[in-house]
Design a protein around this ligand. Structure first.
Ligand SMILES: *Cc1c(COP(=O)(O)O)cnc(C)c1O
Length: 428
């Protein structure tokens, strides 16, 4: 069942200060999730979670995670900057990029980040740095050798990520010869995996490759990066994954393969969705009801606030506040206002009878939600709020204004007029 960390009355209170739409994140839920994850991998001495910044790139969230001992997984200069702003630096930053511009390696290296190479040819880009990094990771793509894929990632042999096994072996030997002291192996093979076996199977294949690397090249790896991809229950009848069991099964694989080979490997993860996904909510107000060939509910949010339903056809549960116990006996399409017919948060969804003015809460928007937002149709990005452990609410990112949307134009005579107009509107 889907639960909420607030009731209708509390949410109405919050909306008097912060108008809808906004994303709100439940700090207590995030903290508990990280602690359970860390407990599940506590058997591994060097274990560390590197939170995938792209899931929720907000420095307030990153600094909560930093306090809990997490690092950051990044893939661009701004994500590196956000990590630094949140107090994360050195080997607590993973730089798992692909198709990477040379300048981004320079900045990542300056921060001391662990560079995760997506391609063999990128070794040459590291040679151009002032100093060759001491720690490097290589991203592996097993191609047809691993089958467990879903719609978000597609089939691995079609996936643009990582190196072939032959390239990984070659890269490890080459990097070692260049004086790299700590080497690691990374792979991300699925997204939103609900299967308990995903991490254990991935771990087994990476552990076996680590042993093969040792045999064939003499290189002893220091860490295995299981990356992200653990799933969350978007549907109300789904059970969450059992992280404690997953940790135990990875440990079994470790004892079976890594220990007998005389290796000692730290385990890293780069989870995004699993850490923050279930603890974010997009809070919206019902603006319109429309009856044509179907029944429509129009919200004040759009796919610009949450792209997943339009992009992947993803299910996101919707609660109509105050009607939690009412029978869900009305069939609706729940839409945003974009001039795009795929701007629907739900299609043929059974809900209680909805009225204009109701608060509709869209669940599980804490990862790949606000961060996937965009400005199509002049839609402005919403605010982000943090529901703190003490029950108070903090604005952690204000909503965009038209001036933010216009900020990259250089056409001042016109925008000076807009600015004055906005100032007059505020005075009123
Ligand atoms: C997106 C991504 C992640 C996080 O994925 P989730 O599905 O949010 O866990 C981790 N590592 C890399 C390299 C990624 O691209």
């Amino acid at each position: 069942m889907k639960t909420l960390p607030f009731d209708r009355q509390r949410l109405e209170e919050i909306t008097t200060q912060y108008p809808t739409p906004f994303h709100i994140y439940d700090e207590a839920g995030i903290i508990k999730c990280v602690q359970e994850l860390q407990a599940a991998f506590a058997w591994n001495k060097g274990y560390r979670e590197y939170f995938a910044v792209k899931a929720l790139p907000n420095p307030y969230i990153l600094s909560i995670l930093e306090q809990l001992g997490c690092g950051c997984d990044t893939a661009s200069t701004p994500e590196l900057m956000l990590s630094k702003a949140a107090g994360v630096s050195g080997d607590r930053i993973m730089f798992s990029s692909n198709d990477t511009p040379a300048a981004e390696y320079v900045y990542a290296a300056k921060l001391g980040a662990i560079i995760n190479l997506d391609d063999f040819s990128h070794i040459r880009m590291l040679e151009r740095l002032d100093r060759f990094p001491e720690t490097v990771c290589c991203r592996y793509n097993p191609g047809h050798a691993f089958s467990m894929t879903n719609d978000i990632m597609g089939h691995l042999a079609d996936s643009k990520f990582g190196m072939t096994k032959a390239q990984v072996l070659d890269a490890m030997a080459t990097l070692k010869a260049k004086g790299v002291k700590r080497l690691g192996l990374h792979a991300m093979l699925v997204s939103n995996a609900m299967e308990t076996e995903y991490y254990p199977r991935l771990a087994r294949s990476l552990f076996e490759l680590a042993v093969e690397i040792k045999k064939k090249t003499g290189v002893e790896l220091s860490f295995i990066n299981l990356s992200g991809g653990l799933g969350i229950p978007y549907y109300p009848d789904q059970e969450p994954i059992n992280i404690r069991l997953i940790g135990e099964l990875v440990q079994k694989e470790y004892e079976k393969t890594v220990v007998p080979a005389g290796l000692e490997l730290s385990i890293y993860t780069e989870l995004g969705r699993y850490i923050t996904g279930p603890y974010g909510y997009l809070v919206t107000r019902v603006l319109h009801k429309k009856q044509i060939y179907k029944n429509y509910i129009g919200l004040d949010a759009s796919a610009a606030d949450l792209m997943r339903p339009a992009m992947y056809g993803s299910y996101h549960h919707i609660s109509i506040m105050g009607k939690e116990d009412a029978a869900a006996d009305h069939l609706y399409d729940v839409t945003g206002s974009l001039c795009e017919n795929n701007d629907k948060f739900a299609i043929d969804r059974l809900l209680p009878e909805v009225e204009v003015g109701d608060l509709a809460v869209i669940h599980d928007t804490g990862a790949h939600g606000h961060s996937m937002g965009y400005n199509y149709n002049g839609k402005l990005r919403s605010a982000e709020l943090l529901l703190r452990t003490d029950g108070s609410v903090k604005l952690i990112r204000r909503a965009e204004t038209p001036l933010d949307y216009f900020a990259t134009f250089d056409f001042s005579p016109y925008f000076d007029a807009v600015r004055r107009e906005m100032e007059q509107m505020e005075e009123k």
